[in-house]
Design a protein around this ligand. Structure first.
Ligand SMILES: Cc1ncc(COP(=O)(O)O)c(C=O)c1O
Ligand SMILES: N[C@@H](CCCC[NH3+])C(=O)O
Length: 387
């Protein structure tokens, strides 16, 4: 991603900022499109991972739909050129205003997360004289083997409807004239690198669809969510994700009937490698036990390390040739929180004030999770085809 020409282009911009590799993003999105279309799979981009205008342009151009979790995301998807018919809308706490917005725009379907939500969507659709397409988000109780903060598909998580509530779901669907049941939806968690998790998910989906069909409820849509992980340790070796193997698992293990469609909601895997957070070294403090590199980006610009102790590779791009000796640093930000730390005791070519660092694999859940805490200004973005 970085060479001396790119770095001299980046030097002209005020730090911190997100640097997007548009060519890398396009290649990755294209690889996903090619691998999924082999099986006629439908991909919706999980906008929560990134809603940068340039990123959405690349994804929308590839023909993917959008997976939204708020009225704001539904609105943004529509403004960015995604059609209402390509939008799926999940979330445990959809407000009436958000449901009405989605109804007004005839979205593809609501992924419904409780029996009460089904009743409310039915009521609101009735008021508009519409029928709302709904899929039931089922909590699959499959362990994603990922960080416990980003696992979503266990009985103890707030997401989805638990299996013991499904008979009630069927009764509600039968009694609701303004709902059109299209299928079932699952999502086990995020940053999943163990492919066996997806095999277990397929087994669960097969069981669940059989359960519905035995009760005379036909299923058109099987939505298996997202969650495919990326390699945070080797960003340059894995710019393009192995979508081939991922989709093959669903083709091999999911029991798909001829009239059914399979839908995915990928976020991280599409965008994570497309951006780095570029930050400048402000100060160096040499302690007795530690050296601190204090940089001008903080947890307000990239929250993942503070929130999940997430690893992001850090490079000193002012010394691409590794001309200086390696030294150990804690790389910390300027925010008034001890958790405002990007990495502890990592080795970098000796740093000087003014050096540029790249915090890699920051394209997913980076820019979108920025906050104004400490009255920080909004984070800027720079694009590879504009430097
Ligand atoms: C319902 C749902 N779909 C899709 C995603 C996207 O996940 P990922 O970015 O891991 O692909 C998430 C986030 O975990 C989610 O909660
Ligand atoms: N925001 C998380 C992932 C949560 C995905 C949404 N359910 C991350 O940064 O890894």
């Amino acid at each position: 991603m970085f060479n001396s020409q790119v770095v001299s282009g980046l030097e002209k911009h005020e730090t911190p900022f997100y640097y997007y590799d548009i060519a890398g993003l396009t290649a990755n999105v294209r690889a996903c499109e090619e691998a999924s279309s082999k099986y006629n799979f439908h991909v919706h981009f999980a906008m929560k991972a990134n809603f940068n205008r340039r990123v959405l342009d690349v994804i929308q151009t590839a023909g993917f739909g959008a997976d939204c979790v708020s009225g704001g995301e539904v609105k943004k998807a529509l403004e960015s050129g995604f059609s209402g018919k390509s939008i799926v809308f999940a979330g445990v706490g959809k407000s009436d205003a958000e449901i009405n917005l989605a109804l007004d725009n005839d979205i593809f379907c609501f992924n419904v997360e409780s029996v009460q939500e089904l009743e409310i969507i039915n009521e609101l659709a009735e008021k508009k004289g519409k029928r709302a397409s709904v899929a039931i988000r089922i909590n699959p109780n499959v362990d994603a083997h990922t960080h416990h903060y980003i696992t979503t598909g266990l009985d103890e998580n707030k997401f989805g409807i638990n299996s013991w509530d499904l008979p009630k779901v069927i009764d509600t669907l039968k009694a609701s004239k303004n709902l059109e049941f299209v299928g079932i939806h699952f999502h086990v968690g995020s940053q999943i690198t163990d492919m066996n998790v997806f095999k277990s998910l397929c087994v669960k989906v097969n069981e669940m669809q059989q359960w519905f069909e035995e009760r005379g409820v036909a299923i058109k849509v099987l939505n298996v969510g997202g969650g495919l992980g990326v390699d945070y340790h080797h960003p340059d070796q894995n710019v393009v994700v192995d979508f081939e193997s991922y989709f093959k698992i669903f083709n091999d293990f999911l029991d798909v009937k001829p009239h059914q469609e399979v839908h995915f909601e990928l976020g991280r895997a599409l965008v994570a490698q497309s951006a780095s957070l570029i930050t400048r070294v402000l100060y160096l403090k040499h302690g007795i036990k530690k050296n601190f590199a204090i940089v001008d980006a903080g947890m307000t610009e990239l929250m993942r390390p503070a929130l999940y102790q997430a690893y992001h590779k850090i490079e000193n791009i002012s010394d691409l040739a590794f001309s200086k000796e390696l030294k150990s640093y804690d790389v910390v930000g300027p925010i008034c929180e001890s958790s405002d730390c990007f990495a502890k005791e990592i080795e970098l070519p000796e740093l000087s004030r003014g050096d540029l660092l790249a915090i890699r694999t920051a394209g997913a859940y980076g820019e979108v999770m920025a906050s104004a805490y400490n009255l920080r200004p909004s984070i800027r973005s720079v694009y590879s085809d504009e430097i």
